[in-house]
Write a protein that binds this ligand. Structure first.
Ligand SMILES: N=c1c2ncn([C@@H]3O[C@H](COP(=O)(O)OP(=O)(O)OP(=O)(O)O)[C@@H](O)[C@H]3O)c2ncn1[C@@H]1O[C@H](COP(=O)(O)O)[C@@H](O)[C@H]1O
Length: 107
């Protein structure tokens, strides 16, 4: 099976964002603006939290897919690419999570 990555999904979202839009849920979200995209992302995140607390494995996987899709749409609505997020993650690989947390308090 060909591996489908978050980059593939980001590419589809880019294509939908550039398209006319009839029939595209992505386009519908983007047309409603960043605040609406943020609200949808928040709703999906809460649904993932509930699935995790209930220890519902399949539901958590499905909700995680929704969260990732809606995060990518939210980033797109604010002109941020997944590569920029990855660059931030890459910078953090030079320190432990606890060091990174402490560095935020110093900022
Ligand atoms: N990965 C996803 C994806 N994950 C979740 N969702 C949608 O996100 C929504 C989340 O569920 P909700 O119950 O909150 O949504 P809803 O009540 O139907 O939505 P609203 O009317 O409230 O906005 C569902 O409608 C899901 O279908 C997605 N919609 C699209 N994609 C991908 O995006 C691609 C482009 O989609 P279109 O833009 O529609 O062509 C698709 O080919 C898929 O690969």
């Amino acid at each position: 099976m060909t591996r489908f990555t978050i980059h593939d999904l980001a590419g589809i979202i880019d294509t939908r964002a550039a398209s006319g839009g009839d029939g595209s849920y992505t386009r519908k979200l983007l047309d409603k603006g960043a605040e609406h995209c943020a609200k949808k992302f928040g709703e999906e995140a809460v649904e993932a939290v509930i699935a995790a607390v209930e220890n519902d494995r399949n539901h958590l996987i499905a909700e995680s897919a929704d969260v990732l899709f809606h995060l990518l749409v939210l980033l797109k609505s604010r002109g941020i690419t997944i590569e920029e997020v990855e660059a931030t993650l890459a910078q953090r690989t030079s320190m432990s999570g606890l060091e990174e947390k402490a560095s935020r308090k110093r900022d």
